[in-house]
Design a binder for this molecule. Sequence first.
Ligand SMILES: Cc1cc2nc3c(=O)[nH]c(=O)nc-3n(C[C@H](O)[C@H](O)[C@H](O)COP(=O)(O)OP(=O)(O)OC[C@H]3O[C@@H](n4cnc5c(N)ncnc54)[C@H](O)[C@@H]3O)c2cc1C
Length: 380
Amino acid sequence: MNFDLTEEQIAIRDAARDFAETEIAPTSVERDLTSEFPTEIVKKLGELGFMGMMVSPEWSGAGMDTLSYVLAIEEISKVDASVGVIMSVNNSLVCYGLEKWGSEYLKEKYLKPLASGKMLGAFCLSEPEAGSDATQQRTEAVPEGDHYILNGMKNWITNGTQADVYFLQAMTDKSKGYKGISTFIVEKNSPGIEVGKKEDKMGIRSSDTCTLGLNNVKVPKENILGEEGIGFKIAMSTLNGGRIGVAAQALGIARASFEASVKYSKQRKAFDSTISNLQAIQFKLADMATSVEAASLLVYRAAKNKDEGKPYIKEASMGKLLASKAAVDCSLEAIQVHGGYGYVREYLVERYMRDSKITQIYEGTSEIQKLVIARELLKG
Ligand SMILES: Cc1cc2nc3c(=O)[nH]c(=O)nc-3n(C[C@H](O)[C@H](O)[C@H](O)COP(=O)(O)OP(=O)(O)OC[C@H]3O[C@@H](n4cnc5c(N)ncnc54)[C@H](O)[C@@H]3O)c2cc1C
């Protein structure tokens, strides 16, 4: 497979790198400490077209391919994985789902502002009793006149306190199990939405994660995506692409860990030489470089397959599985390479480790990725 980047892809990658270094890096340490949401940064990302990268220009998106999107998320996450996930949820979950499944009315009203960064979206599937097994939705949507009335609880919602709209799953017919799930666009300012407090997380602390309560929330009937009963299909097909975004986020963390380790090993002296001359350190760098390269090949292949209309479900899961492992392994090794300095906040590698772990949990845990891969392998 040819991964020679086009001029446009290189320009997008470089623009994302430049933005990350000049606009994101200066505040990333402070935001990690305070858990402050990067409001201004997200606004600027929207103005530059990074919040609706793959959406058609017809709907105010940037009309780019998935590989460009991956390169951008990777560069942003290399500097700040919190910003990476905010972008990823808006782009590959909310905008993608709306463009694929939404009516012209919904696209006009919500996709245009979401893709141009004038609104922010959140993807609401998880519930206290429905995590990996997302079929167990307890949130209900009951039709009443020209509305649905929604009641229930969502948790772990990225962008939850900041979003303008929620891309939300709820049961319209319990008797049908997962075939009774439907997808709705719910405005945050709807009466009855109770936004919980921001979770105090181990990593990606500047991103926003919260619980949402729905108490008799009235949602207009035209805010359903497609028709009743296809919500689970919508959520799963959206997550198949979303995983490429999380994989790119993981790749950014892995690459940042590796590059920090190379740089530090060439500066730090022990036993009359730099530690880069010690074979024990060289082996660590070699292992890190190999896992970053392997992960990037899988993630770029998943993106290319999606762009070329080829199957990408297995490839996306493999990419996420390997890239998230690379992020965790490389960030841990980066701490080891930095010795005691790796254990304090001044050197960024301890944040890389805290940020990396979530990539093995959200948008399907690593165990769930293996189930997906095995299911695809054994098909037919
Ligand atoms: C910071 C953060 C942000 C998030 N953002 C969002 C968001 O924006 N929107 C959203 O909807 N959700 C979001 N999530 C939720 C996330 O997707 C879930 O946490 C994840 O899917 C796992 O669900 P769970 O936490 O209920 O774990 P569980 O499903 O309870 O899993 C617990 C353990 O059991 C394992 N397990 C479960 N089933 C199986 C199986 N069949 N085979 C093998 N092992 C299994 C899991 O892999 C895991 O190790 C977020 C979570 C976090 C922490």
